[in-house]
Write a new protein. Structure first.
Length: 139
């Protein structure tokens, strides 16, 4: 992943996000699939946030809605999407999808992760970890 620096007759040179120069033969580029993350002006950010089975889903959803509304970088059109995604083995999984300017993608992604981590704890919502309950019966 990177930014095209130069297109030559046989190769294309890309600078990666950590400033490495990658030289790609044009043959591979002409026959392969290329995903351009910066061409469009907006991108969708997706998260899966987890809460414990004893936690209040409606409260978690309201907290997420509040955090989204407070971030001016998150677009209101298209509207943010929040839904109960899955009942996993150790957690209730909530999917969150929002739209942002392509330039804001990573900043929004990382700041929302941090905010959810801190806010869920403050709101009494648990972020579970994989676990197994063992029941011992004495006969």
């Amino acid at each position: 992943m990177g930014t095209v620096k130069e297109i030559q007759i046989f190769n294309t040179i890309i600078n990666t996000t950590d400033n490495k120069a990658v030289i790609i033969p044009n043959g591979g580029l002409s026959t392969g699939i290329i995903t351009n993350f910066s061409k469009e002006g907006k991108r969708r950010v997706d998260w899966i946030f987890n809460i414990g089975y004893g936690d209040d889903y409606d409260k978690a959803k309201a907290v997420l809605e509040r955090l989204i509304a407070q971030d001016v970088r998150i677009m209101t059109d298209p509207a943010p999407f929040i839904a109960l995604n899955a009942l996993s083995s150790s957690s209730v999984d909530i999917v969150v999808r929002v739209w942002v300017s392509s330039a804001d993608y990573w900043n929004v992604y990382f700041s929302m992760n941090e905010l959810v981590y801190k806010t869920f704890n403050a709101e009494g919502l648990n972020i579970p970890f994989p676990q197994m309950d063992v029941h011992v019966h004495h006969d």
